[in-house]
Ligand binder design. Sequence first.
Ligand SMILES: *Cc1c(COP(=O)(O)O)cnc(C)c1O
Ligand SMILES: [Zn+2]
Length: 499
Amino acid sequence: MKPELFPEDIRDRILPEAGGDLRYDCLKCGGSFPPDALHYTCPACGGLLLLRDHAEGRLRERPGSWWRRLFDHRLMANSQALRGVFCYHEFLAPLIPLEDVVYLGEAHTPAVKAPEPLEKEVGAPFFVKLDGLNPSASFKDRGMAAALSFVRHLVRVQGKRGVMAVCASTGDTSAAAALYSASLGGAVRAAVLLPRGYVTPQQLSQPLGAGASVFELPGVFDDCMKVVERLSEDYDVVLLNSKNPWRVLGQESYAFEVAQQFDWETGDLVLFVPVGNAGNITAILGGLLKLHRAGVIERLPRVTAVQSERANPVFRYYSAAPGSRSYEPVKVRPSVAQAAMIGDPVSFPRLAWLAQEYEAARGPGAFQAVEVTEQDIMDSMILANRTGLTVCTQGGESLAGLRAALAAGLVLPGETAVLDSTAHALKFMEFQNAYFRGELAADYGVSSRPGNVNAPRALELPGIGLPAQGKTLTPEERSVFTVAAARAIASALGLAPKS
Ligand SMILES: *Cc1c(COP(=O)(O)O)cnc(C)c1O
Ligand SMILES: [Zn+2]
């Protein structure tokens, strides 16, 4: 829709101008630093940083209803820069002018109501937000859109050259980092570090396809992360892990979208989010708090962190009573929710801090954590698929989390759950295939439930030669073959002939 056709009170604001007063705030020493460079840790004390808008008060000069109207109308604006996460420019990274925004088709993913058979099986109404429908097929694109927009901004205003972007990854971060870096042409090169054997072939092919330098390292994600941290301390590289606070800002868009998709009425929602490095859940809590402070939403939804029992430091922390919690990294064991298989989440301090703030704003129980088994993750992923939704293993983890929460009475009467399916199912088909072949038992402790297993059937046609590869059948042979094949399939399916 053309700008001049928007309602008068918002017309001039459909295309936002750069503004706000974003600063890097240190959670540890309270230091505050201007956003004229990339920082990942506090320059003064090494603590974890949050990007906060010190002029956030300006957002309250308008009533919440005005912002809701603005964002709802902005969805109709045909500005490339506003099609993605920057639809929420004023709340996201207002410092970045629209001309620097990188947009590759990310965000505004559908929140799909669970099909009836699925809802029936689970026993509660819920929605699944399909974040696998992003350009590199995971939610990581949200964060990369913001991070690379800031890099592009620095390249333009500071003449920054020869940028080397690096990240460690459980697969999806590297796919997104490589894709978004590639979109800036020669200005930014990407190098990604992956734990050998712990990313799927599809995930490995993604950064290769986008032209990144790909390094496979022995060990697990946590080891790759340490190497990347070392690299960023000793060399001039752009770190694209979620330690990069710009990524966290981009990922806040998930929270804004959920609110918008429920007409900004979030008080009776409970979100389920699979947690690995805790970047995503941090962003979601932060984004929701921001909307709440500005009066865009009146009541915060509740938020549930979901972890596999094989990689569960966040669950362990929150399963203790508030006064006696202590954080311990865990040694991970192989998990089918491989993208969340992290024992020492980099963003844990950020999460603990935000979760506290979240509970202060909505009350006790506003933030909770559940753990799930590998068996439940796989069975939930397959159940979703068999009832009309394709979710990845982490989406299966979200669904398993909802089922665990329902069983434990952690979903309140009248609440609607919204599950984050964080990546596309096709990235993780190896796990489904292994489940069907009965090969997950040894490493993952998952047994294949016969009713869930599926396999292609070879068509046997005794007495009739199958078409040989590359050989064309004569018309007579073809008609004999077609009749016999149709009869065999009908018999296998138990079809009765038409009367
Ligand atoms: C990265 C990732 C996660 C975990 O998100 P964190 O921000 O690391 O907690 C979950 N699912 C998928 C598909 C991912 O790529
Ligand atoms: Zn500090």
